[in-house]
Ligand binder design. Structure first.
Ligand SMILES: Nc1ncnc2c1ncn2[C@@H]1O[C@H](COP(=O)(O)OP(=O)(O)OP(=O)(O)O)[C@@H](O)[C@H]1O
Length: 565
């Protein structure tokens, strides 16, 4: 994933390394100035070197930060565009199963996680390695035995504390992450379902789940802090400048007393050695950033690895709006029972075909296979004599207008929402479609008429009115085939009549496939397909099916008794 910006990253890390090298120069200069003062040597060259080192450090570190941030800008742009292009080619069914959460996580959170990696972690790691290395080389040149004594102390502290840190991390990180995910889920549940939760008095239950998730996360966090806190504090104290100072003074005094070290040579250890472990302490947070970036990258990579909808090698154009299902078989998962099991049907242009059947019988699945939300496992679906898999997906979607139950309106003007059906439509065409969909008067009554910007939930319009806006969109699209999920459940009687009129306008002269939930609305359909467990168990017209006294007649009687009751 980082390949496109690898050159810039290597440059950024190199600049950070050079910056870290110069960062040590002022400390070395202070030590050398001290030694020069004691031995009567020249002080000025080291004073100038120290000041120069500070300036060059600032310059190289600044340059490194700029290069890494520019690299990050290119990286984020590149990876987001790649994701957007890839997601645009995935089967539409994938989005229904995974929802917006997963896409949002990838496009926003995961890439933000990688931002720290690209912009900061790699250059921080480089300087955390280079600065101590330069210090160690310098101290070795001054006195190797005293340097070993210093490194031995650092190694002893790490040897005691690191395993404790590692154990604490391994023991608690998994449960902590799980508790965090649990809280995220409980929050989404509480916020998403707030209307239902409040209406049905489930508030106490949902907020209880949320409270429990918060409590669990707090406990995990405390347990983690307790396990990690002690060794982390021990490490911070063990490697703090004050501790290093005490150790250097104690061991240095012993070295001087033993005659192994000239007193002036203690100065470099006091100036440089004291801060030597400092950068190591930063490695921890940089490593954390690396881990987060890796997690994000793994998720993004998984999305990029999903198989896109296959586009035809030799695209063909359908001749008309005739739809044929030929022995179509489909399951949602390899081991799941078939959602469609050998479905065959012909939908002629200018006719209405209604799909009816009990819940879970496969109506929605049949409707969604036509615009290729998924491809069938067996059999074929043709449009205008051409297998839908041989029609480029853009062309297929322009020929099949879809009006589904969940009304989706964008945060745009009403005009643009309708114009989605055909982006090059004129204002007059948009209004004609709205009139046909019986929603023109409603739109004119909005504060800014057609220019009123709708909320993402279609704010300002009732459920039935929003439905009619989507019907206007489909009328404008003027596709030869229409797939409808009949959804008038939330509309009042007046609105329902308007929706039925709008649907009749939309249906006129096209091949219509309608998923019917209330049978009286489709009593006049040209063909009724009765589905049960993924098979068509009856087919015909209303009267014939009633006379046959099968599943359709039972469903019809059940609904009519309900209505009377
Ligand atoms: N996205 C999905 N993933 C897995 N299984 C699914 C999915 N959608 C539907 N199914 C299963 O496929 C079968 C057919 O479902 P489908 O939604 O097509 O039925 P339906 O007749 O439209 O039902 P309803 O009237 O309740 O909407 C059911 O067993 C259902 O549980």
């Amino acid at each position: 994933m980082l390949r496109p910006v690898r050159g810039r990253l290597v440059l950024g890390m190199t600049l950070a390394g050079v910056g870290a090298l110069f960062a040590m120069v002022p400390f070395i200069a202070v030590a050398e100035v001290g030694r020069a003062l004691l031995s009567g040597g020249a002080v000025w060259p080291w004073a100038i070197a120290g000041a120069g080192g500070a300036v060059l450090r600032a310059f190289f570190m600044g340059a490194s930060a700029s290069v890494c941030h520019v690299a990050n800008g290119h990286f984020e742009y590149g990876i987001r565009s790649r994701l957007a292009r890839h997601l645009g080619r995935l089967p539409l069914g994938w989005f229904g199963d995974h929802g917006s959460g997963e896409v949002k996580k990838a496009v926003s959170d995961d890439i933000k996680g990688m931002h720290h990696l690209v912009s900061h972690a790699l250059s921080d790691m480089t300087s955390a390695v280079v600065a101590p290395l330069v210090g160690i080389v310098y101290l070795l040149l001054v006195d190797w035995r005293m340097t070993l004594a210093l490194l031995g102390f650092v190694a002893a502290v790490l040897a005691v504390v690191s395993p404790m840190l590692k154990r604490g991390y391994q023991a608690h990180m998994g449960t902590y992450n799980r508790a965090q995910a649990e809280l995220a889920k409980a929050t989404v549940e509480l916020v998403d379902g707030i209307e239902v939760v409040k209406t049905y008095g489930g508030r106490a239950r949902a907020s209880q789940r949320f409270d429990e998730a918060v409590t669990t996360l707090t406990q995990r966090c405390l347990a983690w802090t307790a396990a990690m806190g002690r060794p982390a504090t021990a490490m911070n104290i063990g490697l703090a400048p004050a501790t290093m100072l005490v150790w250097i003074l104690a061991s240095g005094t012993a070295f001087v007393a033993a005659g192994w070290l000239p007193p002036a040579d203690l100065l470099p250890f006091l100036a440089v050695g004291v801060g030597l472990p400092g950068p190591y302490l930063q490695v921890g947070s940089a490593a954390n950033m690396l881990r987060q970036g890796q997690l994000g990258a793994t998720h993004v990579d998984r999305l990029l690895g999903l198989l896109p909808l296959a586009e035809p090698a030799e695209p063909r154009r359908p001749a008309d709006g005739r739809v044929v299902f030929d022995d179509v078989r489909f399951s949602y998962a390899p081991d799941a029972p078939p959602a469609l099991d050998g479905v065959s049907a012909v939908l002629a242009p200018g006719t209405v075909t209604a799909l009816v059947g009990p819940s879970g019988s496969g109506k929605t699945t049949m409707a969604r296979l036509l615009p290729r939300f998924w491809d069938p496992d067996g059999g074929a679906i043709t449009l205008g004599g051409v297998d839908v898999r041989d029609i480029p997906s853009r062309e297929l979607l322009s020929r099949v207008a879809i009006v589904f139950q969940d009304v989706v309106l964008l945060r745009e003007s009403v005009r643009d929402n309708i114009r989605l059906g055909r982006p090059d439509a004129t204002d007059a065409e948009v209004e004609a479609a709205a009139k046909a969909a019986r929603v023109h008067d409603v739109i004119m009554a909005l504060p800014d008429g057609y220019d009123t910007v709708l909320g993402s939930d279609g704010g300002g319009l009732s459920g039935g009115e929003r439905q009619r806006v989507t019907i206007a969109r489909a009328i404008l699209q003027d596709a030869p085939v229409v797939v409808l999920d009949e959804a008038t459940a939330h509309a009042d009687a007046e609105s329902e009549a308007a929706i039925q009129e709008a649907l009749s306008e939309l249906a006129a002269g096209r091949t219509v496939m309608v998923i019917a939930h209330r049978l009286h609305t489709i009593a006049g359909a040209d063909q009724i397909l009765v589905l049960d467990s993924g098979r068509i168990v009856e087919r015909g017209r209303h009267e014939g099916l009633l006379a046959a006294d099968g599943l359709y007649a039972r469903l019809w009687r059940a609904q009519n008794t309900e209505v009377k009751a």
